[in-house]
Design a protein around this ligand. Structure first.
Ligand SMILES: [Zn+2]
Length: 362
């Protein structure tokens, strides 16, 4: 029964059946005319414009999926957007089954997520200290919540996928809710920090989602949002767009979405390889005198899109280096996890070299 429900949710979210588009377009991208102007089905959630440039007309699996770039601000989005209930049902029941082919993380997934969690913990040390409270929205298997808890942070998580939430509770003994976002409305002023790592791009209404979290934040609290960077150059057209990512942000539009939700951006930065963009927000309006030039951002993104080409991708040494590093990492993960008997043992091992004293004030 559960299996049938899962398939039906996935099919509902799939906007159209897979197309017969050839591999040529999927590898080499849309023809130059793809930046043609069109009228989107809905207004942009950031600037309300409906005029947009067509970035792509199919997803990485070849299914029809229109991705457009807003002419008013440079925010990219799927068009038309699916409705919120279909999206929520998809994440509750079908996303990870479809994306990773599993209903629970395997040990090598835990090792990879655990390493990412340790890196995120090091980054968060600047803004939170032991004894303070943190909510990790979209916490997956709970690796970040666990490692932060072990460093003295009072951390809990929220995960729409009930199988992953149950897994996190069972394996790590942490507090993870798996209800709808309405759960957060009971958490007035509760959290010193709320984190959303690779969550916002999946939400059909990112401004409303961030605004809802504002009431859960302590007066001096911080919201940390990390998303994939639209400007990342080393992505093949084949892998760039898929239906789970409803929005594609760059540093400018991520800051602007936060501001629309009632926050001010304290810091915005990209990862070392440029693949991710992270913003740290606090509640409150944008400081006086700071203006955002939406038109300049559109011109910047358009210029980058026009420079993209398959030749540029395949001739880049960085691309080949990344591919080799990724293959080596996958092999190493599968060998290393054989040492461990449980997910908890993996995270304990990763934490062995981390000292709580490195936290601010700890
Ligand atoms: Zn816009």
């Amino acid at each position: 029964m559960a299996r049938v429900q899962m398939q039906s949710a996935t099919l509902k979210f799939r906007l159209q059946p897979p197309s017969r588009r050839g591999w040529f377009h999927r590898i080499f991208g849309e023809p130059r005319k793809s930046l043609q102007l069109l009228e989107a089905a809905h207004g942009c959630p950031l600037c309300s414009h409906r005029d947009a440039y067509l970035l792509a007309s199919c997803a990485r699996d070849g299914a029809p999926l229109r991705t457009v770039l807003c002419r008013g601000c440079g925010l990219a989005r799927v068009d038309p957007l699916p409705d919120a209930e279909s999206v929520s049902q998809y994440y509750r029941q079908g996303y990870r089954q479809e994306y990773k082919g599993v209903v629970e993380p395997k040990l090598h997934h835990v090792l990879r997520s655990g390493r990412i969690a340790v890196r995120r913990m090091r980054m968060l040390r600047r803004w939170i200290q032991p004894g303070q409270t943190l909510l990790d929205v979209g916490c997956g298997g709970g690796e970040l919540v666990f490692v932060l808890s072990r460093q003295g942070i009072v951390a809990c998580g929220h995960e729409e996928d009930s199988c992953y939430a149950e897994y996190a509770r069972r394996e790590f003994g942490i507090v993870v809710s798996d209800g709808t976002w309405q759960t957060f409305e009971e958490c007035q002023n509760r959290f010193d920090m709320i984190t959303l790592f690779h969550v916002l791009e999946h939400l059909p209404q990112p401004v409303e989602a961030l605004a809802r979290l504002r009431s859960c934040l302590a007066p001096d609290g911080r919201v940390v949002v990390e998303v994939p960077n639209l400007e990342f150059a080393f992505t093949l057209s084949l892998n760039r767009f898929h239906r789970a990512h409803l929005y594609h942000f760059n540093p400018f539009t991520l800051s602007a979405v936060g501001e629309r939700a009632g926050f001010r951006a304290l810091e915005v930065f990209t990862s070392e390889d440029g693949g991710n963009v992270t913003a740290v927000f606090a509640a409150g309006p944008r400081p006086e005198g700071v203006e955002r030039d939406l038109g300049a951002n559109v011109a910047r993104v358009l210029s980058q899109e026009r420079r993209r080409s398959a030749a540029r991708y395949f001739l880049s040494p960085m691309v080949w280096k990344r591919t080799l590093v990724r293959l080596a990492r996958m092999a190493e993960e599968r060998i290393r996890v054989q040492r461990y008997s449980s997910p908890r043992a993996i995270l304990e091992s990763l934490l062995a070299g981390e000292a709580g004293s490195e936290f601010r004030g700890g």
